[in-house]
Ligand binder design. Structure first.
Ligand code: URA
Length: 228
């Protein structure tokens, strides 16, 4: 009988992969175990995150506040080792106020489970905290005005690895104008603090182009290998 992990991987369109040569590295972690991606740091960061979230909820730094439903600040563990960054909320996220709860979110969830991470153990946020009307691409000014929230989230959470999903996340975090193709497939450093960052495809792109799932998996394996 196919085990649960194999079925997550199958949902991603993948056969079973292994990290390195030892252990399969793919088993679903016990909540709170080191492999779960979360560290117990006593939740000291939580008040900082809460007050940042409160600021975001009242933010009027760009025009998106006029059309948004809910501000989508981010979700997950304040002690997360893994920090995943997407582009901007879609319609469902705008309704619920939670990132990646639509179809792209279901695929992201499967990807996380495939590498042995639960959604609750990682942290997930977007470059933009408010939905662009009709899911249009973010404008440069919106990215500029909103990115300080993302940088502050990273500072507060202090993850051990950042995974930038899609061009907007990669370019905003790396302050780069290079294409996704140029940025993915290698280890980057986020700012000057030696925090490793890996660029991969956005789950919404993977829904349209399932052939890219294998490369995404390679990116996640790379990210895993950079964890200390
Ligand atoms: N796409 C994103 O980039 N973020 C979400 O939260 C949902 C879809």
């Amino acid at each position: 009988m196919m085990d649960r992990q194999a079925s997550y991987l199958r949902e991603m369109g993948l056969v079973r992969w292994r990290f390195g040569s030892g252990g399969n590295g793919l088993s679903e972690p016990e909540p709170g175990s080191p492999e779960s991606g979360a560290q117990d740091r006593g939740g000291d960061e939580t008040p900082g995150l809460l007050s940042l979230a409160e600021k975001a909820r009242h933010c009027e730094r760009c025009e998106l506040h006029r059309t948004r439903g809910k501000v989508v600040f981010g979700s997950g563990s304040p002690g997360a080792r893994w920090f995943f960054v997407g582009e901007a909320p879609g319609a469902e996220e705008d309704k619920q106020g939670v990132p990646f709860v639509g179809r792209a979110g279901a695929l992201l969830h499967a990807m996380l489970l495939g590498i042995g991470l639960s959604r609750e153990s990682v942290y997930i946020a977007n470059v933009l905290k408010c939905r662009p009307p009709n899911n249009r691409d973010p404008f440069g000014l919106e990215v500029q005005e909103c990115s300080p929230f993302l940088h502050a989230q990273i500072e507060l959470i202090q993850p051990q690895i950042i995974v930038a999903m899609g061009r907007f996340a990669a370019q905003a975090l790396l302050n780069s104008a290079e294409s996704l193709g140029q940025l993915r497939g290698k280890a980057h450093q986020y700012r000057l603090n030696q925090l490793p960052l890996v660029v991969t495809y956005h789950p919404a792109y993977l829904l349209r182009s399932p052939a890219a799932k294998g490369k995404t998996w390679e990116d996640l394996v790379l990210a895993q290998s950079l964890l200390t």
